[in-house]
Write a protein that binds this ligand. Structure first.
Ligand code: ADP
Ligand code: MG
Length: 628
């Protein structure tokens, strides 16, 4: 048989290699920014169109390239940064593999203009499909400008794989931030579709963070500093009171490179132990300097993981440094580092007498009560308080009766009947499909709450165990969907408008969903570049839940911005459900439990929460019998 092996042509090899280096526009941005930094630029401009899908341009004022180097730079394994294997262990530059430009040129149209300082003229090269299509002398300022157009024009599968512009732009901005947060002595500009998104002047680290993350950042930052033989730690952590429910601003840089490290993240979280709530995440901007020999430098260009020689020591030092800072800036109790803190009694308990636990129940609290009747809420005015659906009136009328001193048994029956009749009414008003086969199957008043998490109720054929948080999410979700689609929401006017500070992109994200938010009952007084003022909120929410909702929404939108209105609405309804639903751990009174059960089964899809997780399980009599 004839020989079959042959060497792949360069352009094919480059295209294959490109698959590893260039996943999306943001990967190109990262490589080009890094090249500009390696070239010693003091001003770098990044210009993108359509989130980088049609254009990515990086203009720098660095050293530029000679004519030969300009041609060479697009060859694979062509680099000026290392020449022998030992150089790998003393890397001072970001790039060293000589792969980026070759890869980019294999999957996009590239134009390069570059000039060295001492030269009169520069060179202009165009490349298509790894081939130089034109090369001419040109007049251009000192430095380099690289234009990358029509990314993946020759790899449709990759192009189709790209996400929406909002998502891709998010990735581009993330890369831009990661680079800009480290190189504070370089001026950076970012333009998207002709608009200036960021203009970051030369600054110190703190100022740079403020320029990136918005004016309020400054007051949130606590400096961290520690130096040992092993590591130099610098940077900031956010004060505990600014911790967020969503992971947002969490950055590690090792030797000026952004990295991800769940292990070090854990160390930071450990330093915050006892200072923030369990589900909150601290923000941090930590810059580590270690001996390049002590880390595995041969990391893949697009990977952000890193391997340290002495991870355990690093973990301990980082945790101690942050604890120390939090203590020093009197945001945490001062700790004695020589003692094993885990042996201590928590400081708040040392002087406490043992007391018999008492339970306080707010008898008037009713999370399911129609928000129009919120007792004593100074934030509402009657202006917008019409009740949108007549059956709601009926429902509240039913509730009133609950409080008329009926004896317990009668009361339970009354609740069951009232809420039940409301429920059927509600169902009839919207749809004629019965939720359950037999009415009596869910007409029940035997409920009890278990572990402040589950509502247990009996049905004819057995027992249902309802997850209170998920069930309520389903209820709120359907209510919000209804409000949005019918544009029927009721708004509670705030006496004191709420003011939120966001970054520019966060405001942009919220604006994409503004209309839907208004349909749920939000009233926006003013939206500027980095501030949002809200003067009305949905009746479903309380003041305190609004920031959590916005945070949640922004984070969801950053993850993936749906392209069409339908999924946007869905996303908003889910976020609102998550924020407004009663949580696990909340004690509910019998009526509230009963109401939850009834309202759940009045839903169109009672069995699943908005994220398709089960809201309840049933245990049949047979199941039980089998166990005995
Ligand atoms: P690497 O950065 O790993 O060396 P690249 O493919 O990114 O590989 O770049 C190849 C070479 O082209 C670099 O080593 C450098 O000499 C040159 N180069 C790339 N971009 C620039 C730039 N903006 N300014 C000056 N030289 C550059
Ligand atoms: Mg490079």
């Amino acid at each position: 048989m004839a020989d079959v092996i042959q060497l792949l042509p360069d352009h094919v090899a480059n295209q294959i290699a490109a698959g590893e280096v260039v996943q999306r526009p943001a990967s190109v941005v990262k490589e080009l920014l890094e090249n500009a930094i390696d070239a010693g630029a003091t001003h770098i401009k990044l210009i993108v169109k359509e989130a980088g899908k049609t254009l990515i341009q990086v203009v720098d004022n660095g050293v530029g390239m000679s004519v030969t180097d300009a041609r060479m730079s697009f060859e694979r394994h062509a680099t000026s940064k290392i020449s022998k294997a030992e150089d790998l262990f003393a890397l001072q530059t970001k790039g060293f593999r000589g792969e980026a430009l070759a890869s980019i040129a294999a999957i996009a149209h590239v134009e390069l203009k570059t000039k060295q300082e001492a030269k009169e003229t520069g060179i202009h090269i165009c490349i298509e499909g790894s081939q130089v299509s034109s090369q001419e002398v040109c007049v251009t300022p000192k430095g380099t400008s690289i234009l990358v157009k029509n990314l993946f024009y020759n790899v449709p599968a990759r192009r189709n794989f790209l996400k929406s512009n909002t998502v891709e732009l998010r990735h581009v901005i993330d890369e831009f931030h990661r680079v800009a947060m480290v190189h504070t002595n370089i001026k950076f500009d970012l333009y998207h579709n002709g608009n200036e998104v960021f203009s970051l002047p030369v600054a110190n680290r703190r100022q740079r963070l403020v320029h990136i993350f918005g004016g309020r950042t400054n007051e949130k930052l606590v400096p961290v500093r520690e130096e040992t033989d092993l590591v130099k730690i610098e940077g900031f952590v956010g004060k505990p009171q600014h911790a967020k429910r969503t992971r947002g601003e969490q950055f590690f840089f090792v030797n000026n490179r952004f990295i991800k490290s769940p292990y070090l993240n854990h160390s930071v979280v450990a330093a915050f132990e006892g200072l923030i709530k369990e589900k909150e995440h601290p923000s941090y901007f930590i810059y580590l300097k270690v001996d390049p020999k002590s880390i595995d430098i041969n990391i893949h260009p697009t990977k952000t993981e890193i391997k340290f020689d002495d991870e355990h020591a690093l973990y301990a030092m980082l945790r101690a440094a942050i604890k120390h800072s939090l203590g020093q800036f009197s945001v945490a109790p001062v700790l004695d580092f020589d003692r094993d803190a885990s042996m201590d009694t928590p400081y708040a308990y040392t002087k406490k007498q043992a007391t018999i636990p008492t339970i306080e129940v707010d008898r008037s609290f009713n999370p399911f009560q129609e928000p129009n009747s919120h007792s004593g809420s100074s934030k509402t005015t009657s202006k917008n308080r019409e009740v949108p659906f007549s059956f709601k009136k009926e429902k509240s009328a039913g509730w009133d009766q609950l409080y008329q001193g009926l004896d317990k048994e009668l009361e339970d029956i009354a609740i069951a009947k009232n809420t039940f009749s409301t429920v059927t009414f509600e169902k009839e008003a919207e749809t004629t499909q019965p939720v359950f086969k037999k009415e009596e199957d869910y007409q029940t008043n035997n409920v009890f709450q278990w572990n402040r998490k589950y509502i247990i109720s009996t049905i004819k054929s057995g027992m249902v165990v309802i997850h209170q948080h998920r069930a309520h999410q389903r209820i709120v979700y359907e209510e919000v969907l209804k409000n949005i689609t019918m544009a029927h929401a009721v708004s509670q006017q705030l006496l004191f408008p709420l003011q939120f500070n966001f970054t520019k992109q966060e405001v942009q994200l919220l604006e994409t969903i503004k209309e839907q938010l208004e349909n749920t009952g939000f009233v926006f007084d003013e939206i500027t570049q980095d501030e949002v003022i809200v003067s009305g909120i949905p009746t479903l929410l309380t003041n305190g839940e609004v920031p959590v909702l916005f945070e949640q929404l922004i984070s969801d939108l950053q993850q993936d911005l749906p392209e069409n209105g339908f999924t946007l609405t869905d996303l908003l309804a889910k976020s609102m459900a998550k924020s407004a639903a009663i949580r696990t751990g909340v004690a509910l009174e019998t009526e509230q439990q009963q109401d939850l059960v009834n309202r759940l089964f009045a839903c169109t899809e009672p069995a699943k929460d908005p994220n398709q997780k089960p809201t309840f399980i049933t245990v049949s009599l047979e199941d039980l019998d089998k166990k005995f």
